[in-house]
Write a new protein. Sequence first.
Length: 445
Amino acid sequence: MQKRENWGSKLGFIMAAAGSAVGLGNIWKFPFTAGNNGGGAFVLIYLVFVAIIGFSVMLTEFAVGRRRQQSAVGAFKSVDKRWTFTGVLGVLSGFLIMGFYPVVGGWAIAYIFKVFGGLLNNPAVIGDSFNAFITNPGEPLIWMVLFLLLNVVIVVKGISSGIEKAGKVLMPLLFVILIVIAIKGLMLPGAMAGMEFLFKPDFSKVNGSVVLAALGQAFFSLSLGMGCMITYGSYLSKKENLIENTAIVTAMDTSVALLAGIAMFPAMFAYGIAPTEGPGLVFVVVPTIFAEMGAMGQVFAILFFVALTVAALTSSVSLLEVVVSFLIDEKKFSRKKAVFSSSTMMVLFCIVASLSLGGLGPKLFGTGAFDVFDLLTDKIFLAIGGMLLCIFAGWRLKKEELYDEITNNGTVKFSLFGIWYPMVKYVIPGTIAIVAVNGIIQGFE
Ligand code: PFF
């Protein structure tokens, strides 16, 4: 077997894996999904899912990827041809997410320039101007294409030189900016109502679709269920401690999501913006907060959208990488050809998704393409992908094989193996099946 490219350093891997996890899912999706699903109880269920299911599934993905030394499809196929479809489902999910993710990534880039252009001068119209922008059939497309082009440049350069460098420089910046925004938000009068909404569970708001939304959010946010972490794991050195890496990535991702929530909700309540504002939440709340702060506010707002763009980029390159490494490993494409052909298809999907926000283009059950891609991947494909991965690991791989891979042939201690293994084999697949069926039934009532 040809030796695979490897991560340049441990920090490089963590930064890239955390870079994949931390993205629009944390900063754009988490706050509005929490808002739409009633706040505290949703957040609590999400945290439980992250700690129990997310952690275990990520560890499993890393282990399978490093064991098989192949990206998603190859990893399944090399064990059992009948499991190839699981990897293919993952590539398809990656593709579909890339059918709307760059649209939002494009919004983030656009907002850097809009803040420059004086967006904050008239806070009263920030909400309306966002809606006018995303429903415009032309402008968002240009930004989306620009966002995708940035991905192409990074992914064409290959693993260690491209993704790793981007992650190392840009992730810490994001963290700092979010802390600044959170502090600013918390100092506003009436901010505590936002904290209460976010952290005080009201279980009367919980139903099957809220639970499924929390599960989907956990998968989406941690980049699980589509083989992304299998692919990243396949590039990871045999010496690395998988458990420690999983814990760090999970903790980083979750803290950014919570930080984004703390940056958003107190300010929203202080300004009287409804938590159910939807996908426009960050794009409306953040400029509104900073509009009050004069020139300083403008600088912060620009920094925020730069960081959001960066977070989106380090995630979307991982999505693109899933599709690209499938084409390289399975279809024997050169890296260049793989990147260009897949990103061309993605542009087409994104155009349909973006136009759907202005009411144009085909609809499925009355829902536009943007929401269909999101719903399909977030609520269905990723969870099913995670369930299948666990069934594969628990029932198709040997227990000893998993143990050896996770513990680096017994040299790393994993005292929870006795709990983790039955979780992966029985509990997680069962839980996902129940949550998914229940959520889908209730969601369509
Ligand atoms: N985790 C990313 C985010 O939160 O924005 C999105 C994502 C990346 C999902 C990679 C799935 C994936 F494989």
